[in-house]
Design a protein around this ligand. Structure first.
Ligand code: SF4
Ligand code: SF4
Length: 204
């Protein structure tokens, strides 16, 4: 085991280190002040100055590959693109995806998610669910980072919030137009395929 290094006399009296710290901070302060002033008049544009983002009013720009909160992509008629293949649920290393698949009325689409939940309190943001999806039905491109909540339950996203990332809990009203198991509303079924596909297309 390496022994702890003995402090020198000057390190033990702290004062030179304090002066050194203030010197470095002042150097950065005056450098940035001068550069920001110069940028205002169009000078030294190639020398970047430090930038402070006034979060949360001014969010920091994120790289295009950044993995943020999930969303489910939707078809033109407003139903989820997800075909309930369960690949994302299977590959998820945190086991935080829950899908209940149902029969889709369109014969060209095998299944759809009756229920789709992601527990963000457990998710490790690995992005495997996005990579494995054969339908481009799930993405992590909402740029939503503020997912803090007061309870573990509030960290669970259901199909409403996944299809509409602007929704925040509590979701007061269910507006989905297809049959699904609504976790927030006591597990009752709401919506109907007929309003989306017409009566004749319903496969019972
Ligand atoms: S990002 Fe990773 S941990 Fe989170 S839901 Fe997707 S597969 Fe699971
Ligand atoms: S989101 Fe994609 S991978 Fe997951 S069940 Fe739906 S279609 Fe399959």
């Amino acid at each position: 085991m390496p022994r702890k290094r003995e402090l020198t006399f000057w390190e033990r009296i702290y004062l030179p280190e304090v002066v050194r710290g203030v010197w470095i901070t002042s150097l950065h302060f005056f450098r940035n002040l001068a550069l920001h002033a110069a940028h205002r008049v169009g000078l030294f544009k190639k020398s970047p100055a430090a930038v402070t983002y006034q979060y949360p009013e001014q969010p920091r720009p994120l790289p295009s590959r950044f993995r943020s909160r999930h969303r489910l992509t939707v078809r033109e008629e407003g139903t989820p693109r997800c075909v309930g293949c369960m690949l994302c649920e299977t590959v998820c290393p945190a086991k935080c995806i829950t899908i209940v698949a149902g029969e889709h009325p369109d014969p060209n689409v095998e299944k759809y998610p009756v229920r789709f939940d992601i527990d963000l309190g457990v998710c490790v943001y690995c992005g495997y669910c996005v990579e494995v999806c054969p339908e481009d039905a799930i993405r992590m491109d909402t740029n939503i980072l503020d997912v803090a909540a007061y309870s573990r339950d509030a960290m669970k996203l259901d199909i409403h919030e996944l299809m509409n990332p602007k929704l925040r809990k509590p979701v007061a009203q269910c507006t989905l137009k297809f049959p699904h198991q609504c976790a927030l509303h006591g597990g009752s079924m709401r919506g109907d395929w007929e309003s989306v596909y017409g009566k004749g297309n319903r496969k019972d």
